[in-house]
Write a new protein. Structure first.
Length: 236
């Protein structure tokens, strides 16, 4: 081989092999910074502020508690309240709920329960009365009502009723003038109504009547010749 061919085939001294060129450092790609939108930032700050305000209001509501009077044992309608019947509790009270404040407990001690009170309930001003449920000159007559005789409307203390005499068929003389005028009735006032007795469903209603009418009503009850009729709200 000639010297001329040897010089031609020999690579130049400054030449870089292809493997070296491929293994060289690679520049990282440029990442453009995300643009911040002022509107999104402002909205985020507003939501954070609103959330913080909501938490603050919730904490204030939880912390705003009121000392109120509670019932600690069963109290029947008409029973005089004592300090042993009542207790105190600190609760977050809704403005719509009317309850006797703890510092006013002495004002309800000695009054009568206008409704049946159960342990654990809050005492409302409407739950007590200074008046006796059976007033002077009245008598209390218990009346047992069968399930079909109990009104669908709940019987509550103070409700006005009519006690109607309904004698058994054939017991009354149709020739009497009083029968032509309609059945006899006596006005009364509900003092208390029991729950339906298990098995029989009978409800016992304590009704206050005048002392003159009490014996008559008791006789009607004994003869199973009495029905209870509710007066309209305008008459109560």
């Amino acid at each position: 081989m000639s010297k001329t061919k040897e010089r031609t085939a020999a690579p130049p001294a400054h030449a870089v092999p292809l493997q070296a060129q491929a293994a060289g450092p690679v520049a990282p790609p440029r990442v453009s910074a995300r643009r911040r939108r002022p509107g999104v930032i402002a909205l985020s700050l507003a939501l954070i502020a609103a959330g913080g305000a909501g938490v603050a209001v919730l904490l204030l509501q939880v912390g705003d508690r009121t000392d109120v009077v509670t019932v600690v044992r069963d109290v029947q309608v008409g029973q005089v309240l004592t300090e042993q019947d009542l207790g105190k509790a600190s609760v977050a009270l809704d403005p719509a709920v009317k309850a006797v404040r703890a510092d006013k407990m002495e004002s309800v001690v000695g009054k009568r329960a206008a409704v049946e009170l159960k342990p654990g309930s809050l005492l409302s001003p409407s739950h007590v009365t200074k008046d006796s449920l059976v007033k002077a000159g009245e008598q209390l007559v218990p009346i047992g009502l069968k399930p079909e005789q109990v009104p669908a409307t709940a019987l509550v203390p103070g409700q006005r009723v009519q006690l109607v005499h309904v004698p058994a068929q054939g017991a009354a003389d149709p020739g009497k003038e009083s029968d032509k005028a309609g059945p006899q009735s006596i006005a009364g006032r509900v003092v208390k109504a029991s729950k339906a007795a298990p098995g029989t469903g009978v409800v016992v209603v304590d009704v206050a009547t005048t002392a003159d009418d009490g014996p008559t009503v008791a006789a009607w009850v004994s003869a199973d010749a009495l029905r209870l009729v509710l007066d309209s709200p305008e008459n109560n």
